[in-house]
Ligand binder design. Structure first.
Ligand code: PLP
Length: 406
């Protein structure tokens, strides 16, 4: 039976995508047509528990009714003015996000990559105009195995050959150091360093958690050198790790925090650069912008996405269910599991070399109604919506155990 309203079969969809689309993804062959909470359904009506959450953009669950209401309501009023005019939603979004995160200034953008690019631009300008770095000399430090998006400047400082090969020449001014190594940061600092850009936990690299004390050491080093600490919390932020921001686990505050993904609960691309210092203050009229950034639809959606995250206790649930899920995974008795690691509901299983590709296990889990995605060859990431319940985790575990025992 085919429950899709389009009348196309799964192989039709795959064939059309293959013929007409750029092949820059290798998705699981499941064609989703509906989502609600932690669940999604394919065009044949099969039901799956989503353990990826669109790379953590769906922290609030699929089609959250509160966010949907905000989207529909605002769509009937006003969707886009551009920033040539003001709209009656932007100020309210600024107030909400600043109150929640303790930030002082906000730059609204759309995609995560744009937030990263925007922060790098602002940090450079701050370096020249406030720190006093000589013209054209600004340096920004980043980490090995980083993932900050796909635009040219960003892939230029990626260390993943797949992300960067044949996309050069690249933007100069970046220096790469090992992740989790505070001494390497101290050594890399020069008088021209304007910023250190880092993920609190490296998500795409495979949920890599730095050693205890790393982020607080990083905070101290950046302060000592008058360097802007930019934390990319596009994946780790908004409750994913069991705190609103992952920086809270280490009791630090970044100078600039980047949010995206779950900032809209998956309804709409919304990202933001949040600043504690005067970094964003250096941007004047005409020096940066985005036609869609800060549009009233985005602002209304983001406000609702933030509200339900807090009001419905999703952050606390992520902490409790994350611990429960990690304990359950760690108790699996399997020769092919090398390690289970995670924080909150950002979790990875690392397979041993002899296990074969992680993709194979994701496909086996798909057959059992669990959707997850490998990251690199040997890592399976589990990042379900933050509303997941104990019973649902128990059910997921019933699917995972036989797959990893096989
Ligand atoms: C997803 C992600 C980005 C890029 O966001 P896009 O919306 O895909 O451009 C940047 N940084 C991190 C840590 C991410 O996980």
């Amino acid at each position: 039976m085919n429950s899709s309203s389009t009348g196309l079969s799964p192989s039709d969809y795959i064939g059309i995508e293959s013929e007409l689309g750029a092949h820059n993804y290798k998705p699981l062959d499941v064609i989703l047509a509906r989502g609600e909470g932690v669940w999604v359904w394919d065009t044949d009506g099969n039901k799956y528990l989503d353990c990826l959450s669109a790379y953590s953009a769906i922290n609030q669950g699929h089609c959250h009714p509160g966010i949907r209401q905000a989207l529909i309501g605002q769509a009937a009023n006003l969707t886009l003015t551009s920033r040539a005019f003001r709209n009656d939603q932007l100020a309210l979004f600024y107030e909400d996000i600043c109150a929640l995160t303790g930030s002082h200034k906000v730059l609204p953008m759309n995609s995560g990559s744009e937030a990263v690019e925007s922060a790098l631009k602002a940090a450079r300008k701050w370096g020249y105009e406030v720190k006093g770095v000589p013209a054209g000399q600004a340096e920004i430090i980043v980490c090995e195995n980083n993932f900050h998006g796909r635009t040219l400047a960003i892939v230029g400082f990626s260390t993943d050959p797949v992300a960067r090969t044949n996309f050069g020449p690249f933007t100069p001014g970046f220096r790469v150091i090992p992740f989790g190594d505070a001494e390497a940061l101290e050594t890399a600092m020069t008088p021209n360093t304007v910023a250190f850009l880092v993920e609190p936990i490296q998500g795409e690299a495979g949920v890599i958690i730095p050693p205890a004390g790393y982020l607080s050491a990083v905070r101290e080093i950046c302060t000592a050198h008058n360097v802007t600490l930019i934390l990319d919390e596009i994946q780790t932020g908004l409750g994913r790790t069991g705190k609103l921001l992952a920086e809270e686990h280490d009791g630090i505050e970044a100078d600039v925090t980047l949010l995206g993904k779950a900032l809209s609960g998956g309804f709409y691309p919304v990202s933001a650069v949040l600043s504690n210092t005067e970094v964003l203050g250096v941007l004047g009229p005409g020096e940066h912008g985005s036609t869609f950034g800060g549009n009233p639809l985005a602002c209304a959606v983001a406000r609702a996405a933030l509200r339900v995250l807090v009001e419905e206790g999703m952050i606390e649930n992520a902490a409790a269910m994350g611990a429960y899920f990690q304990d359950a995974l760690a108790s699996i008795n399997s020769d092919i599991v090398a390690e289970v690691r995670g924080r909150g509901l950002l979790i990875a299983i690392e397979l041993v070399d002899e296990a074969g590709d992680a993709r194979h296990y994701c496909e086996a889990l798909q057959k059992r109604g669990v959707l997850c995605k490998e990251t690199h060859l040997k890592t399976i990431r589990f990042a379900p919506p933050l509303i997941i319940t104990k019973d649902q985790i128990d059910w997921v575990m019933e699917q995972i155990r036989p797959v990893l025992a096989a």
